[in-house]
Design a protein around this ligand. Structure first.
Ligand SMILES: Cc1cc2nc3c(=O)[nH]c(=O)nc-3n(C[C@H](O)[C@H](O)[C@H](O)COP(=O)(O)OP(=O)(O)OC[C@H]3O[C@@H](n4cnc5c(N)ncnc54)[C@H](O)[C@@H]3O)c2cc1C
Length: 378
C-alpha cells in the first residue's frame, strides 16, 4: 500500500534503466544528456552493482592477436574489425567522459604470452596489422619476445610475446564510482536494492514491477521507456534473447616485492589474463576448464578453477617467486552465438543493451551510446 505522496512523487519516470553496470549507467547518463528535461531512474537489484562491472580485471581490452585470429575463423573480416573499432571508440568515449585520473587509466603495455602451439600467430601479425590499420593508424601488434626474460615469465610456457599497442588498463572500482558520481551529478536517480521482477508494456506507458526488500508488496512504477541493461541476467526479463551467463573467477595476491612487470597480459586465446595492480598480481580466467559448471549466474567460487589459477601463477607467471593470495572473487559475464552485443529497440518503449561477451570495459560506453541513439522521442 502506497502513500499519496509516494504515489505522486516517486511512481512515474520518463525513462527507467534496469541495471547499474557500465552499460546501464552510461545509458542513463546518455538519456539525461539527450533529454535534459526528462526524469531518469536506474533500478539496481544489489546494494552495489552486482554483475561484472565491479568485479572485472580492468583491462581496456581490444582483443589479443590469437583471439582475433580465432574470431576470424567464425566471423568475417569486416565483423571482426567492426568490433575492434567499437571497443576502441568505447574506450575513447569513457576516457573523455570521465577523465583518466578518475578511472585510474594507464598505458603500461598490453601483451600476449604465446605458447609453443601458438607460434604460428607471429607470422600473421602483418595480416592483422593491415586489417586494423584503418582503425588504429599504427601497428596494433608487435613481436616483443625480447622482453620475456625481463618480465620473468617461465620459458617452458612462453615461447614468444606479442605487444598490443592499443590496450590500456584502469581501476574498475574508480571507474564505477566515477560513473555513479556522474549519474548523480547529471540528475539521474539511482535506486539500489531494487530488483525488477517483470515489466508490462501498455499503449501509453510501461509498468515496471519492483521488489522492495523492506516491504512485502511489489512496487509498480510506470515509465515512458524502459532500457534493460542487465547483461548476463537478461533472460529473467526478456526470456527469448540469446544470452548465456559465464562466470569469471579472479584472484589477487598480496603485494610482491621485486615484481618484474607492469601492464596487462593475456594467454590461451584470452581465456587467462593477468595484470599488475598496486604491486600485486591480479589473475583470472580458466572458464574453459569447466564450461558447463561456469555457465551460471551463481557467484560462488569453483575450487577446480581457483587451484588451476594458483598453479599457473606459480608455473607460468611467477616462477620461483613466493606469493600469497589475498582475495578471490567471481563475477558473471554474458555470451551468445557471436561476440556482438545486443543493442535493440524491442518497441518504441522497450530497449535493451546487453551481452558484452566478457569484454565490456572498453565496449560498454559505446554500446550504451548506440542504445541511446535508438531511443525515439515519445
Ligand atoms: C571476472 C571478470 C573479469 C572481467 N575482466 C574484464 C576485463 O578485464 N576487461 C573487460 O573489458 N571486461 C572484463 N569483464 C567483463 C566486463 O566486466 C563486462 O562485460 C561488463 O562489466 C558488463 O557490463 P554491463 O553493464 O553490461 O553488465 P553488469 O556489470 O553485469 O551489470 C548488470 C547489472 O544489472 C543488475 N541486474 C540484473 N538483473 C536485475 C534486475 N532484475 N533488476 C535490477 N537490476 C538487475 C545487476 O545486479 C548488475 O549490476 C570481466 C568480467 C568478469 C566477471
Amino acid at each position: 500500500m502506497f502513500s499519496y505522496w509516494e504515489q505522486q512523487s516517486f511512481s512515474h519516470y520518463d525513462h527507467i534503466v534496469v541495471g547499474a553496470g557500465i552499460v546501464g549507467l552510461c545509458v542513463a547518463i546518455g538519456l539525461r544528456e539527450r533529454y535534459p528535461q526528462a526524469s531518469v531512474l536506474i533500478l539496481e537489484r544489489g546494494l552495489l552493482p552486482t554483475g561484472a562491472s565491479t568485479r572485472n580485471a580492468g583491462f581496456a581490452c581490444m582483443g589479443s592477436a590469437t583471439e582475433l585470429l580465432d574470431d576470424l575463423q567464425h566471423a568475417s573480416e569486416p565483423e571482426v574489425v567492426g568490433l575492434f573499432a567499437a571497443r576502441k571508440k568505447g574506450l575513447e568515449r569513457l576516457r573523455k567522459m570521465l577523465g583518466d585520473n578518475k578511472i585510474g587509466y594507464q598505458e603500461n603495455g598490453g601483451y600476449e604470452l604465446i605458447s609453443k602451439q601458438e607460434t604460428a600467430a607471429l607470422d600473421k601479425l602483418d595480416y592483422l596489422n593491415g586489417l586494423l590499420k584503418p582503425i588504429t593508424g599504427k601497428d596494433a601488434f608487435k613481436p616483443a619476445s625480447e622482453r620475456l626474460s625481463e618480465f620473468g615469465f617461465a620459458g617452458a610456457y612462453s615461447k614468444a610475446l606479442i605487444e598490443n599497442t592499443c590496450e590500456g588498463e584502469l581501476n574498475s572500482g574508480m571507474m564505477m564510482r566515477a560513473l555513479l558520481d556522474m549519474a548523480a551529478q547529471c540528475g539521474v536517480e539511482v535506486k539500489t536494492g531494487a530488483s525488477v521482477l517483470d515489466f508490462e508494456e501498455e499503449e501509453k506507458q510501461v509498468i515496471v514491477r519492483v521488489k522492495d526488500p523492506f516491504r512485502t508488496d511489489v512496487w509498480p512504477l510506470s515509465c515512458s521507456t524502459i532500457s534493460i541493461c542487465t547483461n548476463a541476467f537478461t533472460k529473467s526479463l526478456l526470456p527469448d534473447v540469446d544470452v548465456t551467463p559465464g562466470r569469471g573467477q579472479v584472484l589477487v595476491t598480496q603485494p610482491i616485492p621485486g615484481l618484474k612487470f607492469k601492464g596487462i597480459y593475456h594467454f590461451d586465446k584470452g581465456y587467462y589474463y593477468f595484470r599488475e595492480i598496486d604491486g600485486r598480481v591480479l589473475f583470472g580466467g580458466g572458464r574453459n576448464l569447466d564450461f558447463e559448471t561456469e555457465n551460471t549466474t551463481d557467484f560462488s567460487l569453483n575450487s577446480l578453477i581457483q587451484s588451476d589459477l594458483e598453479q599457473k601463477l606459480s608455473d607460468i607467471i611467477l616462477p620461483g617467486m613466493h606469493f600469497q593470495v589475498a582475495q578471490r572473487w567471481a563475477g558473471i559475464m554474458a555470451f551468445g552465438v557471436n561476440k556482438y552485443p545486443i543493442v535493440k529497440s524491442f518497441s518504441t518503449r522497450v530497449y535493451g543493451a546487453f551481452r558484452m561477451g566478457g569484454m565490456g570495459v572498453a565496449l560498454g560506453s559505446e554500446t550504451a551510446a548506440q542504445l541511446v541513439a535508438q531511443h525515439e522521442a515519445i
